[in-house]
Design a protein around this ligand. Sequence first.
Ligand code: MF3
Ligand code: CO
Length: 249
Amino acid sequence: MIIIKTPEQIEKMAEAGRILTACHRELRKIIRPGISTMEINHFVDEFIQSHGAKAEQKGYKGYPFATCASVNDEICHGFPTQIPLHEGDIVTIDMVVNLNGWLADSAWSYPIGQISEQAKKLLKVTKECLYIGIEKAVIGNRLGDISHAIQVNAESNGFSVVREFTGHGIGNEMHEDPQVLHYGLPNRGARLCEGMVFTIEPMINLGSYNLTIDENGWTARTADGCLSAQYEHTIAITKNGPLILTEQD
Ligand code: MF3
Ligand code: CO
């Protein structure tokens, strides 16, 4: 069942979103060669707490950290480590902020120093996939319209779309209905209505979309060892079009 949110509830989620985006903006400044993903994780945890909110991922289904930090071939749910990031790496930092019971969720891929042309293209196309999907998030369209637009953009650029993880409704819970696939056919799935709030979070791979899960039971990585990137926003469907609750600019 898709839980429709009132404008007041959406504003509360937007408030959580503002803390989240302020945190990502700070990350842009501190992420550089030499910093470890554990340091990033601590920064995020402190930042969120110091703004009177909670890092919702910590303890969620036993997940041990405030962020997911997925480096290079890690697709998602990477565990923060003490290993310093190196020039040329890419890292996706995913976080969920809970402010007074209302949640916002956004992941962002960051380049570490100078990265390869291939990696730059992967980041560019993956971010495009997110925004192309968001453009389709208008009243009257269907979920499949979002899914399809993302898949076409990824594949026409020679990349692949991860199947196992999807966007999701969000509100008082991190994962609500509906599931938002990042591949599929247009004109299928639930019709979009005012007050729906969900994430769009394409994970796009340089090589094939096949993945493996690490022994920690969480971390997904590409089966072929190629790079993977992800950008995620929480959006609300409004009369005036999609409202991004986690926009960073
Ligand atoms: N933020 C992720 C999402 O988009 C969830 C991470 S799973 C967790 O759904 F357990 F680490 F929280
Ligand atoms: Co999400």
